[in-house]
Ligand binder design. Structure first.
Ligand code: IMP
Length: 427
């Protein structure tokens, strides 16, 4: 019953696509359990680079069944264009399964996301503008549209009208925008229905049966721990639960079924959008990390904010996710620095603090306390085992492991599929 959760241990963009893809060959199901097309995975297969936003990265592994779980929000137009883009490149997508309970990102959810951000001005969250937050808000408000609603026209009509009732008041009276016609939305959604139908399935039943049959199921988190709606840097977060518990609710499997929780951890830190980030760099080191690490959003094309590794964050991720392992990514990006600072604790109002403060105010005031580790200049991209790494790189990894509270079981030393050092097998 190997059920693995693979999730971001920081603010997302840790290189999850590479990790998922590495396991892809031996995994029977890859399941997305939250988020939507706000995620961005870059997967490199041979000389081909694939940017996926909504689809699970298992879609690129022929033996694997990709699953979009009930906890995901699905923009049907993005879904269909991502599928046809892959088909044009010869990728077979016919095995995809989509939960009938997944919620649909409607055109009005995208509109509301954009106008709300504009209205917030300086206080904006810096969302991806894809309608994610408003779709989850509709779900919680019980006015959401689910994939299964596409197959009952009269229910769909009623639900869209109900959802638009209040929204049109807000759009016209508060935001000074035009009202959205329910009929048009219904027509657009119905246009997607038959194209999506072949994929719609009872994914909860299928996944639980797969686990009974000893299949390997990988739950792939989008975004990252610090963007979690409950455990992240609220309100500068996404509107779902990327943390490990989200895999259970977002896919319909019980916590007793999960055997391993792997946190993807970048060898330094990045974040996009607004919100606190204690180790953020505003100097040439930050610029160099951005340039060498290619730190530009796959989904939004925005430059990522960059900073040194933060062990306080990593320890927090270990705790809230119950991590059993880390996959350390992008170690090669740090090659060439004579010394590498690592944040080991914070100073908050003159006091040293070892753990992430629960108070938002304290976290906003947190100043990083750095320890400096010696760097390395040798190219590490062809390293195949831990002992191939220069001594200082080995020590950097060991130091991070000790500070972060879980074993580092794999290390990414380059973007390619085979540029990974495996220390402990994940399966
Ligand atoms: P939303 O998910 O579009 O609502 O955006 C909320 C916050 O999460 C913003 O700060 C986004 O930049 C951030 N975010 C959403 N998806 C990702 C991701 O895949 N990687 C990194 N940040 C993300």
């Amino acid at each position: 019953m190997p059920a693995l959760v693979l999730l971001g241990a920081q603010w997302g963009d840790e290189g999850k696509g590479k990790a998922t893809d590495l396991l892809g060959g031996s995994v029977d199901y890859v399941v997305r359990y939250q988020g939507g097309n706000n995620a961005g995975h870059t997967v490199v297969v041979g000389d081909q680079k694939y940017a996926l936003h909504l689809l699970p990265s298992g879609i690129l592994s022929p033996g694997c069944t990709p699953v979009i779980g009930n906890g995901v929000v699905v923009d049907p137009s993005v879904l269909l264009s991502e599928l046809s883009g892959l088909n044009e490149r010869g990728v077979d997508t016919s095995k995809l399964l989509i939960s009938g309970n997944a919620h649909i990102i409607t055109p009005y959810n995208v509109t509301v996301d954009k106008v709300t951000e504009r209205f917030l001005g300086k206080r904006k969250i810096g969302t991806t503008g894809r309608g994610i937050g408003p779709t989850y808000a509709d779900k919680i408000n019980r006015v959401g549209i689910r994939v299964q609603d596409l197959y009952d026209e009269s229910i769909l009509q009623q639900k869209v009208e109900a959802a638009l009732d209040a929204k049109n008041q807000i759009l016209t009276k508060l935001y000074n925008r035009r009202a959205i016609a329910a009929d048009q939305v219904v027509e657009e959604l119905l246009g997607y229905a038959e194209k999506i139908r072949p994929y719609v399935a009872d994914t909860v039943l299928i996944l639980n049966q797969a686990l009974e049959d000893d299949k390997v199921v990988l739950f792939e988190g989008g975004q990252g721990t610090l963007l979690d709606i409950d455990h992240g840097t609220y309100p500068f977060v996404t509107s779902s639960n990327p943390t490990a518990g989200g895999a259970c609710t977002g896919a319909g499997v019980g916590p007793t079924k999960i055997s391993r929780v792997i946190g993807i951890l970048k060898a330094y830190t990045t974040r996009v959008g607004s919100g606190p980030f204690p180790t953020e760099l505003f100097d040439e080191d930050g610029e160099a990390l951005r340039r060498i690490g290619g730190e530009r959003g796959v989904t939004t094309g925005r430059d990522r904010r960059c900073g040194w590794f933060d062990a306080v964050i990593a320890r927090y991720a270990t705790r809230v996710n119950g991590l059993t392992d880390f996959f350390l990514t992008k170690l090669d990006v740090l090659t060439g620095w004579e010394e590498i600072p690592v944040c080991v604790a914070y100073e908050i109002d003159g006091k040293r603090v070892e753990e992430l403060p629960y108070s938002q105010t304290d976290f906003h005031h947190a100043k990083p306390v750095y320890e400096t580790l010696p760097g390395w200049s040798e190219d590490i991209t062809s390293a195949k085992s831990f002992s191939d790494l220069p001594k200082n790189a080995q020590n950097y990894v060991k130091a991070l492991e000790e500070m972060s509270g879980a074993p580092i079981s794999a290390i990414g030393v380059g973007p390619g599929r085979d540029e990974t050092i495996e220390i402990n097998s994940f399966l």
